[in-house]
Ligand binder design. Structure first.
Ligand SMILES: Nc1nc2c(ncn2[C@@H]2O[C@H](COP(=O)(O)OP(=O)(O)OP(=O)(O)O)[C@@H](O)[C@H]2O)c(=O)[nH]1
Ligand SMILES: [Zn+2]
Length: 232
C-alpha cells in the first residue's frame, strides 16, 4: 500500500490527528481520488495557510527582483503580496480540502431516473505546467440513483477542482469521481471545453484552438443512447 493510500485510509476512518476540520464528503472524495490514482500529486509539508503565504511572498519577491523590476514602485511593491494571497486563497485554494464545498445531497424521494444535465458551467483553472490560465466551460450530467444533489453544488465542485494547478484530463476525471462518490452512482458524465493560455499566449501561440475532454461512467459509457444524449 502506498503512503498516500495509507494516509487516505486513516483519514477516511475519521482519525482526528490529521486535518481534523475536513467534512465527511471531503474525506470520502479524497480517498476515492487517491484510490483511483487521480489525486493531484501532493506532499504534506505541514505548512499553515500563513506559512504558505509567507514562503510564496518571499519567493515572488525574488522573482520580481530577478526580472529587474523596481519593488519600490508603488504599483509593484504589493505584487509579491498579491500573488501569494491569490495562490493560497484563490486560484490554488482547491489544494486544501478544508475548502471543499458543503454538499447537500437529498434522498431521491421523487424517484427521478432521467438524466440531470448542467451545461455551460464557467470554469477557470490554471495549467500546472506553466501556471497560466485555462479558460472554458464544463458540462456535467448524472442519472440519479438514491440521491439528488443541489444544483449549485455541481458548479461548486467544478470550481473546487479547477482551483488547483491542473491538466485538463485530470480535472475532468476528478470531477467525475467526486460526483460518483457523493451521489453513490457510476452514472455520471463530465465534459470540458477549454482554451489553454499556455497554447494561446506563449509557445505555439495558437489563439483559436480549444481542447475537449470527456469522462464517462456507468450508463454514459456502456449505453450508446445515453452517451449520445449527453454529448449532443
Ligand atoms: N495533455 C495535456 N497537456 C497540456 C495541458 N496543458 C498544457 N499541456 C501541454 O503540456 C506540454 C508541456 O510540454 P513541454 O515541452 O514540457 O513544455 P514547453 O516547452 O513549454 O512546450 P510548448 O508549449 O510546446 O512550448 C505542452 O505541450 C502543453 O501544451 C493539459 O491540460 N493536458
Ligand atoms: Zn501550460
Amino acid at each position: 500500500m502506498t503512503v498516500a493510500l495509507k494516509a487516505a485510509e486513516t483519514l477516511s476512518r475519521g482519525t482526528r490527528t490529521e486535518v481534523p476540520e475536513l467534512s465527511e464528503a471531503a474525506r470520502e472524495v479524497r480517498y476515492a481520488l487517491i484510490t483511483a490514482g487521480l489525486e493531484t500529486p501532493l506532499i504534506e509539508n505541514n505548512l499553515s495557510r500563513d506559512q504558505k503565504y509567507d514562503r510564496i511572498r518571499s519567493a515572488m519577491t525574488d522573482v520580481v527582483e530577478a526580472l529587474g523590476l523596481d519593488l519600490r514602485d508603488d504599483s509593484l511593491c504589493e505584487t509579491p503580496h498579491r500573488i501569494a494571497k491569490m495562490y493560497v486563497d484563490e486560484i490554488f485554494s482547491g489544494l486544501d480540502y478544508s475548502t471543499f464545498p458543503k454538499i447537500t445531497a437529498i434522498d431521491n424521494k421523487m424517484g427521478v431516473d432521467e438524466m440531470v444535465r448542467v451545461s455551460d458551467i464557467s470554469l477557470t483553472s490554471t495549467c500546472e505546467h506553466h501556471f497560466i490560465t485555462i479558460d472554458g466551460v464544463a458540462t456535467v450530467a448524472y442519472i440519479p440513483a438514491k440521491k439528488v444533489i443541489g444544483l449549485s453544488k455541481i458548479n461548486r465542485l467544478v470550481r473546487f477542482f479547477a482551483q488547483r494547478p491542473q491538466v485538463q484530463e485530470r480535472l475532468t476525471r476528478q470531477i467525475l469521481v467526486a460526483l460518483q462518490t457523493l451521489l453513490g452512482t457510476e452514472d455520471v458524465a463530465v465534459s470540458i471545453n477549454a482554451a489553454h493560455y499556455c497554447v494561446k499566449a506563449r509557445g505555439v501561440m495558437d489563439s483559436t484552438s480549444a481542447t475537449q475532454t470527456t469522462a464517462l461512467g456507468g450508463a454514459f459509457r456502456s449505453d450508446a443512447k445515453t452517451r449520445a444524449e449527453f454529448l449532443r
